[in-house]
Design a binder for this molecule. Structure first.
Ligand SMILES: *[C@@H]1O[C@H](CO)[C@@H](O)[C@H](O)[C@H]1NC(C)=O
Ligand SMILES: *[C@@H]1O[C@H](CO)[C@@H](O)[C@H](O)[C@H]1NC(C)=O
Ligand SMILES: *[C@@H]1O[C@H](CO)[C@@H](O)[C@H](O)[C@H]1NC(C)=O
Ligand SMILES: *[C@@H]1O[C@H](CO)[C@@H](O)[C@H](O)[C@H]1NC(C)=O
Ligand SMILES: *[C@@H]1O[C@H](CO)[C@@H](O)[C@H](O)[C@H]1NC(C)=O
Ligand SMILES: *[C@@H]1O[C@H](CO)[C@@H](O)[C@H](O)[C@H]1NC(C)=O
Ligand SMILES: *[C@@H]1O[C@H](CO)[C@@H](O)[C@H](O)[C@H]1NC(C)=O
Ligand SMILES: *[C@@H]1O[C@H](CO)[C@@H](O)[C@H](O)[C@H]1NC(C)=O
Ligand SMILES: *[C@@H]1O[C@H](CO)[C@@H](O)[C@H](O)[C@H]1NC(C)=O
Length: 896
């Protein structure tokens, strides 16, 4: 046990004696995985643990490596049986248990460790734990006395789950027991894909009193008093708490109106969730009430809460809270009308562990594991996720490299040369559909070259040399060779039949290739001439801005546009060029801030969007200058890029990269984008990606820029989509730089778009990042609901009022854009709604930062892409009931 850990899973019960076996609630242990690590083959497996009646199995079928160790017999008396043996891993960097799980199910994962001086060295090891490709924690057994366990909840992203022990220095990782418990879908929602980190009082029985085998310990403070009931509490909700935890409750001892509990996370960075469980245990007369406000670090969680008599109910904070000074204060405060003090039956405290790295594409993983099995590959690195983290990449494999963690890695190269492979070429290889390079050379492979290799679309190099393959090469594969596949097979070097030379039928293709080749040459020549011609013509018109190396960057004054800086990277255009590129402003794309946007064409090579500043705009020139200044400083993949500008007398124009798919609003409304015809509905997945992209762009403005910037006009028409539907934020016309610290909130003329405008900003004129967060929340609500932001024909005219109204009726399907036709994972939708409503909170201090929003949205994205699209799980009213209550009044922007 480890004492400094203060985050506990706790039941407020007076004595631990309650944990005697009462009755088995769920004796089937369905979905439980209970592994006794290092159980010797001579011992019976499975066996029933006498105290808990849990069925433990040897771990030998779940891991291919490691050795069995025995703890010091003199210590064994204090250990639970699972800790008398252990598995340790002297070889390899990463050793993984592979467990068969159910995709989309939330698991409580518990790993137990007891060093027990098994190696006689009396030296506690230190090593890392990973869940799949994600770092979970560093475990230093020295910090614990004799044995410990660690827990985390995690939603399985595929049907197999790797729990890995990774060397972190010299010492040898070990493990004593590994347990997985499926949790119901409707319970610990907010920890989806994340995990609490708990340290529990070991050795106490948890099961069968607790159907999910959570471990509870008794917890009581001096200034608390206990109340209890002998009656049975209805625990039919999804949390299914043990009776013992609910039959007793704590109340303030000295008649105080506030019940306070403090928790101490490990770090002031920890993001904390508290799950509070209630059940009224006293009979209240008709003229009596127990009602209280719950707040967590002064943040209201729920107001006027009333526990229900003998009915288990759970309340939790919907976004994680960061407790500065490592102190989280939970306070339950009696309301004025309440006749009874506040109470609490049980509490769970979780800190969030980020699991951002996506696992390798599931069918690639299945295929490579099948290949491993087929050939009996015994490489120590071939454990855990094949591609990620990259430092543990399986030897002989290569994968797509991605800069973000939410893109799913794919296997692109497989090198099994000189690996002693026998048998035929494995059919499983076909399922590595993104394979570019396949090297099976220098093995003892027999049989023919299979035809399926020709159907592997991405394959560029296929090395089959130095094998005992026989038969002919399939024609389809030879055809692929002509299209660029590099095929290496034995005997090709001196085989006269290569490329079908001996088969008169096969001469044809060669001829065709020759003909095609010459045609290509002709085309290339034509193209080259064309370009020379174009270039010559163009050079008469584009005015090159001389680069002046003598002008230092510091000369860039804030009140003027530095032509030098622009000239080095971008182009200044004359007005006549602007006329030419837009073909005399022929095709308007839409209205941006301060002017119309036209389609343009730069020398036939690049499409652009030209924003012409309308001359009637009085304030325009200043804003224009500000926008150019900003765009010069700002570079981000999710912000629309400035290609050039025009500043000639009265003519001001900005030339941006062209975003071929127009703006988000158009795509949501289904209106046709000029020249695009009918628009198809954006999938929920695409919408989430767009939201993440836009959030990343805003986050960059808020924290990536120095000084930070506020966009001030975030709305769905300002989120543009490129050909791949990546989103970028446009229109910085209203952005204003402001200094961080000192004068941090600059008052400016109120500007923005009705409906998106932060009500607080509207009232005070004070500008902050949080105003963008509000507007982003509105955009997110549009993405989710496809409702108009303001619609006077609706009973609830503003989108936040409408959503809160619908949420309180508890029917998620009526909130969602009907165009999606139910094709989404409700867990991810639910979470996105939570995020949107938090962003759109009328009180700015209650809103999350863009960084928090991004984390949450990525989680939505992940749960969307991990669960099978079970739409039923969250739809029931039951699940909404447990904690969601949006106060329509609170959520209403008070000024418009
Ligand atoms: C886990 O490893 C065992 C032993 O190698 C193997 O039989 C089993 O198929 C693997 N399971 C998964 C899901 O990879
Ligand atoms: C842990 O083990 C040590 C011996 O290594 C022993 O002296 C000590 O009592 C043990 N602690 C507990 C809590 O059992
Ligand atoms: C939870 O949902 C997943 C799919 O989303 C499903 O496979 C699983 O059976 C569900 N688990 C429970 C306990 O309902
Ligand atoms: C327990 O509560 C549920 C509603 O949450 C209800 O449907 C059920 O009938 C109750 N069971 C008992 C035994 O009262
Ligand atoms: C409730 O009513 C009863 C009598 O019906 C009375 O004795 C009791 O004091 C009342 N309690 C409160 C809190 O008013
Ligand atoms: C909570 O609010 C009270 C009064 O508004 C203040 O005194 C206290 O410092 C706040 N506590 C925290 C943790 O912010
Ligand atoms: C693996 O692929 C990456 C790009 O995806 C490439 O940069 C790297 O060189 C490759 N490594 C090997 C060993 O082929
Ligand atoms: C093909 O395999 C042979 C034998 O392993 C090796 O010598 C050769 O370099 C490989 N060729 C390519 C292009 O990888
Ligand atoms: C190729 O080898 C396999 C087994 O090694 C044999 O069964 C088959 O008949 C051979 N085929 C030819 C065309 O030689």
């Amino acid at each position: 046990m480890e004492s400094s850990h203060a985050l506990l899973l706790i039941a407020l019960i007076a004595t631990s004696a309650i944990f005697h076996l009462v009755q088995a609630q769920d004796p089937d242990q369905e979905g439980f995985i209970s592994l006794d690590c290092g159980l010797p083959p001579t011992d019976p497996s499975p066996y029933i643990e006498p105290i808990t009646r849990l069925k433990f199995t040897s771990d030998s079928n779940f891991i291919q490596s490691g050795q069995i160790g025995r703890t010091d017999t003199t210590l064994q008396a204090q250990f639970p049986k699972q800790h008398t043996t252990l598995r340790y891993f002297p070889d390899g960097l990463r050793n993984c248990y592979n467990l068969t799980v159910k995709k989309g199910t939330n698991y409580l994962i518990r790993a137990r460790f007891g060093y027990g001086n098994y190696d006689g060295l009396n030296s506690f090891p230190k090593f890392d734990l990973y869940v799949g490709p994600n770092f979970w924690m560093t475990l230093d057994l020295k910090r614990y006395e004799n044995f410990s366990w660690e827990e985390i909840t995690h939603i399985a992203r595929s049907d197999s789950l790797d729990i890995c022990l990774v060397k972190n220095g010299e010492s040898i990782p070990l493990i004593s027991a590994l347990e997985l418990r499926p949790l119901p879908n409707n319970s610990y929602i907010t920890t989806a894909g994340l995990g609490p980190r708990l340290t529990l009082d070991c050795g106490k029985s948890r099961y069968p009193d607790d159907a999910y085998d959570r471990a509870w310990i008794s917890y009581f403070q001096d200034d608390w008093k206990q109340i209890s009931t002998g009656l049975t509490v209805n625990t039919s909700d999804s949390f299914r708490l043990p009776q013992a935890a609910l039959k007793t409750a704590g109340i303030p001892a000295f008649g105080s109106s506030t019940f306070v509990d403090k928790e101490y996370p490990d770090s002031s960075q920890d993001r904390v969730y508290m799950y509070l469980h209630f059940s009224e245990v006293q009979v209240l007369a008709a003229n009596e009430t127990r009602e209280f406000d719950i707040s967590f670090n002064n943040d209201s969680v729920i107001q006027s809460y009333k526990p229900v008599y003998l009915q288990s109910k759970t309340v939790y904070n919907k976004l994680p809270v960061i407790c500065e000074d490592k102190e989280c204060v939970l306070s339950l405060k009696k309301t004025p009308k309440s006749t009874h003090p506040p109470m609490l039956n049980a509490i769970e405290v979780f800190t969030v562990t980020e699991f951002l790295q996506s696992e390798t594409f599931e069918s690639d993983v299945i295929a490579i594991k099948n290949i491993r099995a087929t050939y009996g590959v015994k490489r120590i690195s071939w454990q855990g996720d094949p591609c990620v983290p990259r430092k543990f990449l399986w030897e002989g494999l290569n994968c797509t490299e991605s800069t973000d963690t939410y893109t799913v890695p794919r296997i692109t190269s497989l090198d099994l040369s000189s690996s002693g492979l026998t048998g035929t070429i494995a059919a499983e290889i076909f399922h590595l559909t993104n394979l570019v390079k396949l090297d099976l050379s220098n093995n003892k492979l027999v049989g023919g070259v299979p035809e399926f290799l020709a159907n592997m679309k991405s394959l560029v190099l296929l090395n089959l040399t130095k094998n005992d393959l026989n038969g002919s090469i399939p024609q389809a594969l030879r055809d692929r060779e002509k299209k660029g596949l590099r095929l290496l097979v034995d005997g090709d070097e001196n085989n006269p039949c290569r490329a079908g030379a001996c088969d008169p039928k096969k001469k044809f293709p060669v001829l065709i290739v020759a003909l095609v080749a010459s045609a290509v040459v002709v085309a290339l020549v034509a193209l080259a001439l064309f370009f020379v011609f174009r270039k010559k013509k163009a050079s008469n018109h584009v005015e090159a801005i001389p680069r002046s190396p003598t002008t230092p960057l510091a000369n860039v004054a804030s009140n003027g546009i530095s032509e030098t800086l622009i000239g080095t990277k971008r182009k200044k255009f004359t007005y006549s060029e602007v006329i030419k590129m837009t073909n005399n402003f022929q095709r308007a794309l839409g209205e941006g801030g301060f002017g119309t946007v036209y389609h343009g064409d730069l020398d036939g090579s690049q499409q652009v969007a030209v924003k012409l500043l309308s001359q009637s705009s009085t304030q325009g020139y200043k804003e224009f200058k500000a926008e150019v200044e900003l765009l010069l400083r700002v570079h981000h993949i999710n912000l629309v890029n400035l290609v050039g500008y025009c500043d000639e007398g009265d003519h001001l124009a900005l030339i941006y990269e062209y975003m071929s798919n127009g703006d988000l609003k158009h795509h949501l409304s289904g209106e046709a984008w000029p020249g695009k015809g009918k628009i198809s509905v954006l999938s929920w997945n695409t919408r989430l990606r767009i939201a993440i992209d836009a959030a990343l762009g805003l986050e960059y403005l808020h924290i990536g820029c120095r000084p930070s910037m506020v966009h001030r006009d975030v709305k769905s028409t300002n989120i543009l989509l490129d050909e791949k539907f990546s989103a970028k934020i446009a229109d910085f016309g209203l952005s204003r730089s402001f200094q961080v610290g000192g004068e941090s909130h600059v008052s400016t003329v109120v500007a923005g778009t009705p409906g998106y405008l932060d009500p607080e900003y509207y009232k005070t004129g004070r500008l902050a990042e949080m105003s963008d967060v509000y507007s982003f929340g509105i955009v997110l609500l549009e993405i989710i609901t496809n409702q108009r932001v303001i619609d006077q024909t609706r009973e609830k005219s503003h989108i936040t009022e409408w959503t809160a109204f619908m949420l309180n009726r508890g029917d998620i399907t009526r909130i969602m854009d009907p165009n999606l036709q139910g094709d989404y994972n409700s867990r991810s939708v639910w979470r996105a709604l939570e995020v949107a409503m938090l962003c759109a909170n009328p009180m700015s201090e209650k809103r999350p930062s863009m960084s928090q929003v991004i984390i949450e949205l990525k989680e939505c994205f992940r749960s969307e892409n991990s669960g099978n699209s079970n739409n039923q799980d969250m739809n029931s009213q039951n699940s909404l009931e447990q904690s969601m209550s949006f106060d329509t009044k609170v959520a209403t922007p008070s000024a418009r």
